[in-house]
Structure formats: structure tokens, C-alpha cells
Design a protein around this ligand. Structure first.
Ligand SMILES: [Zn+2]
Length: 529
């Protein structure tokens, strides 16, 4: 007699169905495995044997071969315990023949027969749904998460005996009801905590609306982290597809705390000492890094110049391609990584350049080196630079009521929806930040007067060609926020104010070459800002 059960493997964040086939073989009693099982699966033999015994069922008294098909995909993880046990029980005639034909099983078995959750239950559910399977058996802890996938009966198990009794129809188990947490709006309104900083508030709104990357610089303690968090909360609500993707990533990374689908857009703030693998992903089997954990949300690099050059360089590919590829043992695994980048830095190494109440003792050379650490690929991807003011204690204690976060949130959502309806080519809609040159010509044309204004302004502050296009992209978002069809001078003028670092580095460069490097640059950087 043969046994068959379907399990799930992971390719990146995507589940891939794997059939566990058990056949009788000639020879002394024993169990052979084929189909590229990893060590964790070879060890499953001992776990599953103990679990089957503890549950009161029989282990095969003959020689059996277990094949994991397709045979050319490497199998890792502990989620194959449950389908392996089921296939062995079917082979031994202990569960009804063919009872698992329309089902997928995923779970780890303890030595006592208990079913424990394995990572990626929602990826398993999506794979089962795509393949047209009707039922999914998972550990009861994972059942709420998996039940978020529509069109699939999810049955939670806490012990192997429950599966067998259910399949015999003696003690049928209920299906897990889908439990949706309601709207995808996060409950806390980050922007409501921000006092003062009107320029920065406006910049994060523009960044959130147009999908732009943002750089904030200002003295320590002026609220950079708070603003970056507020930006994640200000982003438009996630679609069902986005929520499913975020949940898959969190599930395979072991980060799910609540059941159901992810509600909030992710906010990730890796430390400057994070390794490249932690940042962009790595390991064997490959695990997602911070760029993937920030997918559809915000990746915040506080003290960006403190990150190693190699780490910042590693961000180039995900910023460009919106995914990362990791090669392991001849296979390439793809992880999505589409995030908004928010960088923060001090204006100089000591942090007080331009602060009227503190003394900055950094030399122009030190400041230049500090700013230059951001140069190249990273800066090329950042549309908005905004300078934050030192915190004013009077403002902290004042009762001034800034605009309600909800109003800004609605405006961002409306503006983003407008872009996605307009900026569409070949069935692919994109936010303003992703417009290429052709897209800018089509959706962000400038009339003769605006063009003259921009050329004049760019000459005056020494703007590069790249910066020129960034200004137009941001101006498009500013115009969209105002509900304007055409980009006008006022929109361009506002966009130019968010190129502060261009002016600062241009100025630092000019001054340092004029006067040499030993001069205190506090005054010049103040002027430049
Ligand atoms: Zn300084």
C-alpha cells in the first residue's frame, strides 16, 4: 500500500506544494528518504516515529521509501513532520485511503505527538489556495493567520490524534473562522505627538503621498525618530494583497504576534552596526533582511553616516529593483523589498552646526567628510532633504493644536489614489517618486514660465541634472496635494526648499576649497542652510 500527503516548502516568501510519497520497498524494516531533504527533515524520521508511537499508532513494520516530490527542490524546515506522519499512517492503513487528497498539511510534531506551529502558515495557505486545494491542516496557533486567506477551510490541530479522528469522522474538528482586525489603519496617530517642526511635518506628508525617500537632518533630540514613525502611520492604507505579503514576510521571520492579517505598515529601524546580511537578507536557508521586513512600509536609518559604506552600498539594489536576490547552493531566492527610505543625520559630527544656542567645534573638513559618507547611490535615490530645528522648550509646553492627523492622512490617501489612477502605463501604476523621464514628460510637464523659473533657480543654487528631475517629481506631488492639474511656480519653489543638502554640500565644498580645511564651518553651514 502507498501513502500520499501534501506539504509546503518556501521559495522566498512563496509557498511551494511538495508531495510526500511513501511506498513499500524490499529489504529489512527501515525508512529511506529521497528528494533532497535537509538535515532537519532527515531528523524528522525520529520525531515522527516517536509522535506516532506516543499517539498510539503503528510505525511501519516493513521497509519504506519516502520521496519528496518534486525531487529537485531542496526541502528545509520542520513543517514536513505532519504530512510525513499522515503519509505513513495512510500507507499503514491507519487513516482512510485518499482522505487527504484535497488537503495540505503543515506543522512540526513533538515527541509526544503534539502539533507545533512552523513558520510561514499564511504562505502555505496561499499556496494551497492557488493549487485549488480545499483544506489546510496547521497547528492551532497558526490557524487564525492561515484563515485570512479566502476560499480555504483551515483546520487547527493541537495533537496528531485529532487529525486521525477527524479523518475517520469520529471527532470532526471545526473550521477556523476568518478573523479580520477591521480597517488597516493604525490606531495611534504618530503625527499628533510632533510639536513644532512645520517644515518637517509637511515634508513627511509629501514623502508619504508621493512615495518619495526622505532625509532629515538636525541636532540630536529634535524628534527625527518620532517623525519617521509618523510617516509610516501617514502612508495610505494597505490593499489586501499588500497585507497578505506583509503577513507572509512576518510569518516566515517569526514576527507574528497577533493572528489575522497585518494591520499596520511595517516600520523598521536597524542599528548602524547591523551586518549586511541583517540588512538585505542572507543565511542558509536564506532569511529576509530589514529591507524585506520593511516591505510596504518604512525603513528608517537613524544616524545614517554611521552605517558602513558596504551596508549603504548594499541598499542600492533593493532601492533600484524593489526586491533582493539571494543565491544559495546554486539556487536564487527572491525577497520583495519595496519600502520608503527615511534617513536621519546630525548636521555635523558633533551635532550642533547651525544651532544658535550651542557651539560646534567641527572643522569644515570633518563636516565635509561626514556629509560625503552619504554621497553616491543613496543620495541619488532621495528626493527630499529637510532640516529640523532644535527643539524649542516653549513650543513643547504650548497648547498650540497642530492640524488633526486624520486630515493629513485622508489627504495623503486621496493624493496617492489620484497618482495611481493617472500614472499608469502598460497596466502598471506608479507613485510620483517612481516616474522616469518619459513619465515626467507625460504627467509632469512644465510650461515655459515654470521651466524658466526652475532653470534660473537651479543655476543659482548649483543644482545637478539629477536634482533637477527630483525637484520636478516632488513638485508633481506638491501640486497633487493641492489638487492642481498643472505644476506651477509655487509648487516648484516649495520643492526646491527640500534640496537643503545639495546646497549645504555645494557650499561646504566651495568654502573649503576657498579657505582650506582648517576653518570652523559653523557660520558657513548656518548660512548655507
Ligand atoms: Zn559640529
Amino acid at each position: 500500500m502507498a501513502g500520499r500527503a501534501t506539504g509546503v516548502g518556501l521559495e522566498g516568501i512563496t509557498g511551494v506544494l511538495v508531495e510526500v510519497q511513501v511506498e513499500r520497498a524490499d529489504g529489512l524494516p527501515g525508512l529511506d528518504m529521497t528528494g533532497l531533504p535537509a538535515t532537519s527533515i532527515r531528523e524528522a524520521k525520529h520525531r515522527v516515529r516517536a509522535a506516532i508511537g506516543a499517539a498510539g499508532y503503528l510505525w511501519p513494520r516493513e521497509r519504506v521509501v519516502v520521496n519528496f516530490a518534486p525531487a529537485d527542490v531542496p526541502k528545509t524546515g520542520t513543517g514536513y513532520d505532519l504530512p510525513l506522519a499522515a503519509a505513513l499512517l495512510e500507507q499503514g492503513g491507519q487513516i482512510p485511503k485518499g482522505a487527504l487528497q484535497d488537503a495540505v498539511l503543515c506543522g512540526e510534531l513533538g515527541l509526544e505527538g503534539g502539533v507545533q506551529p512552523s513558520r510561514g502558515a499564511i504562505s502555505a495557505a496561499l499556496a494551497a489556495q492557488r493549487a485549488g486545494k480545499r483544506r489546510l491542516f496547521v497547528a492551532s496557533e497558526s490557524s487564525v493567520e492561515a484563515a485570512a486567506v479566502p476560499g480555504l477551510q483551515v483546520i487547527g490541530l493541537s495533537h496528531l490524534v485529532e487529525l486521525v479522528e477527524h479523518l475517520h469522522g469520529r471527532h470532526p474538528l471545526p473550521c477556523q473562522e476568518p478573523r479580520d482586525g477591521g480597517s488597516s489603519r493604525s490606531p495611534d496617530k504618530g503625527l499628533g505627538w510632533v510639536r513644532g517642526q512645520p517644515l518637517a511635518r509637511r515634508a513627511i506628508e509629501i514623502a508619504a503621498a508621493g512615495g518619495h525617500n526622505l532625509l532629515m537632518f538636525g541636532p540630536p533630540g529634535c524628534g527625527k525618530t518620532l517623525l519617521a514613525r509618523a510617516m509610516a502611520d501617514l502612508l495610505p492604507p494597505m490593499s489586501l494583497e499588500e497585507r497578505l505579503e506583509v503577513t507572509c514576510i512576518q510569518s516566515i521571520s517569526g514576527l507574528r504576534s497577533e493572528g489575522g492579517l497585518a494591520l499596520r505598515r511595517p516600520f523598521r529601524a536597524p542599528h548602524a552596526s547591523a551586518s549586511n546580511a541583517a540588512l538585505v537578507g542572507g543565511g542558509n536557508p536564506p532569511c529576509p533582511g530589514e529591507v524585506t521586513l520593511a516591505h510596504h512600509g518604512v525603513l528608517f536609518l537613524d544616524e545614517t553616516p554611521e552605517f558602513s559604506r558596504a551596508a549603504l552600498e548594499a541598499l542600492r539594489a533593493p532601492l533600484e529593483d524593489r526586491h533582493v536576490m539571494i543565491s544559495r547552493s546554486g539556487r536564487r531566492v527572491r525577497f520583495p523589498a519595496s519600502f520608503s527610505l527615511v534617513c536621519a543625520m546630525n548636521p555635523c559630527p558633533c551635532g550642533y552646526a547651525g544651532d544658535p544656542s550651542k557651539d560646534c567645534r567641527c572643522t569644515s573638513l570633518q563636516i565635509e567628510r561626514y556629509v560625503r559618507r552619504l554621497s553616491g547611490p543613496l543620495m541619488d535615490r532621495i528626493d527630499l532633504h529637510v532640516r529640523l530645528d532644535p527643539v524649542n522648550p516653549e513650543r513643547l509646553l504650548s497648547n498650540e493644536q497642530p492640524e488633526d492627523t486624520e486630515v493629513a492622512y485622508e489627504r495623503v490617501a486621496r493624493t496617492r489614489a489620484l497618482q495611481m489612477a493617472r500614472n499608469e502605463l502598460g497596466g502598471r501604476a506608479r507613485p510620483n517618486a517612481s516616474l522616469d523621464l518619459a513619465g515626467l514628460q507625460r504627467w509632469a510637464p512644465l510650461d515655459a514660465e515654470s521651466r524658466r523659473f526652475l532653470i534660473h533657480a537651479s543655476r543659482r543654487i548649483g543644482m545637478s541634472a539629477r536634482a533637477f528631475h527630483r525637484v520636478i517629481r516632488v513638485a508633481r506631488t506638491v501640486a497633487d496635494l493641492a489638487g492642481a492639474i498643472d505644476i506651477g511656480r509655487a509648487h516648484l519653489a516649495e520643492a526646491i526648499t527640500y534640496r537643503a543638502l545639495d546646497r549645504m554640500s555645494e557650499s561646504a565644498h566651495a568654502r573649503s576649497s576657498e579657505w582650506g580645511s582648517g576653518r570652523n564651518l559653523q557660520m558657513t553651514s548656518t548660512e548655507a542652510l
